[in-house]
Design a protein around this ligand. Structure first.
Ligand code: ADP
Ligand code: ADP
Length: 225
């Protein structure tokens, strides 16, 4: 479904990615693990169109991806949940979800998709009229994911969804990620906690200073560490 071929990305003069290639098949959960600063977020931003590679290609179903992030959601069905649970703080929970829905190309099945998001995240349903900025950290993460799902992505990019959350909540979020995947959404997951990531992903890529240094099935990587 997704192919990244020999990608090189710079921030000014700083090279953040070098010779990165990666593949995600339809229906998979693939995780990108590695230390802080390895280039994981940069890679997700390159897939979602926020950054342009200087060299190399990003292909979705064989077609090169280009354009702005919002266009990619509409045209290609890629939703990106960035690090740090970005919600529109002054809008209600409901309005945040509507923004996600606004981005989708296909308005069909909208009602069922709201129901689906509410069943995945019952806490959001209880707080539809609440300002998103007053939600707890975990609830904001859920809202950011719910909003991304309302855009009806085929590929969901998740950047450190567990960051800063209590262990019990992390478990809940990861169970929900598995449910989203089982309902048919392909997922590329950035996660610092390798153990956690390998527990739900089929395959993993390990990054170090802008390169992929190891890849394999989660079973292979779990037994090698
Ligand atoms: P990770 O997600 O693995 O923690 P990042 O992709 O955030 O890593 O960062 C990769 C490298 O790019 C790091 O060296 C980081 O300092 C640098 N970097 C990230 N964002 C920027 C930016 N906006 N401007 C300059 N350098 C950046
Ligand atoms: P945490 O313990 O995760 O930091 P908070 O103490 O911020 O969470 O919030 C606890 C609960 O109270 C959350 O469910 C949050 O949605 C709710 N809450 C926080 N602020 C408000 C508010 N101004 N109005 C209504 N509910 C709120």
């Amino acid at each position: 479904m997704l192919s990244i071929e020999d990608v090189q990305v710079f921030y000014g003069n700083i090279r953040a990615l070098e010779g990165v290639s990666l593949h995600v098949k339809q229906g998979e959960i693939v995780t990108l693990i590695g230390a802080n600063g390895a280039g994981k977020s940069t890679l997700l931003k390159t897939v979602s169109g926020l950054l342009k590679p200087k060299k190399g290609r990003v292909l979705l179903e064989g077609k090169e991806i280009g354009g702005k992030a919002a266009q990619l959601i509409v045209k290609k069905g890629i939703s990106h949940v960035p690090e740090g649970r970005r919600v529109f703080a002054n809008m209600t929970v409901e309005e945040n979800l509507q923004l996600g829905a606004y981005l989708r190309k296909d308005k069909e099945g909208l009602k069922q998709d709201y129901e689906k998001v509410y069943s995945l995240f019952p806490r959001l349903l209880e707080r539809l009229k609440q300002q998103a900025g007053t939600l707890s950290g975990g609830e904001q993460q859920m809202l950011a994911m719910g909003r991304a799902l309302m855009a009806k992505p085929r590929l969901l990019l998740l950047d450190e969804p567990s960051m800063g959350l209590a262990p019990l909540l992390v478990k809940t979020i990861f169970r929900i990620i598995e449910e989203i995947n089982q309902a048919g959404t392909t997922i590329l997951l950035v996660e610092q906690n390798a153990h956690l990531a390998l527990s739900i992903a089929q395959r993993a890529y390990v990054m170090e200073t802008g390169r992929i240094v190891l890849s394999g099935t989660s079973d292979e990587l779990t037994s090698s560490d």
